[in-house]
Design a protein around this ligand. Sequence first.
Ligand code: SF4
Length: 93
Amino acid sequence: MQEFEEQTLKVRIEESQCAACESKACIAACKTYARGMLVLKDGVYPMVAGEAKRLGTECLACEYECRLRGKGAISIDAPIPGLAEYRKKLGIA
Ligand code: SF4
């Protein structure tokens, strides 16, 4: 399991899923929609090249593409301060 943080997000990559992934879609997504900080290590799994906190754009594209074209190895926690209280206020908690 690989973990890294961006400004407000925490990204987890379950690398054991990546060997069976032919698309490596997370890499292309990161190049297309962000700054390309995800690079392919040993031709198998993604890793961060550089400082994730500084380079990360929090675009979520890697998670989306991994679910759509990869093996669902990426999960991103994106906490939204105040959301629980707001949902409770609206009665949808
Ligand atoms: S798209 Fe998902 S499963 Fe494929 S290499 Fe990237 S993180 Fe691994």
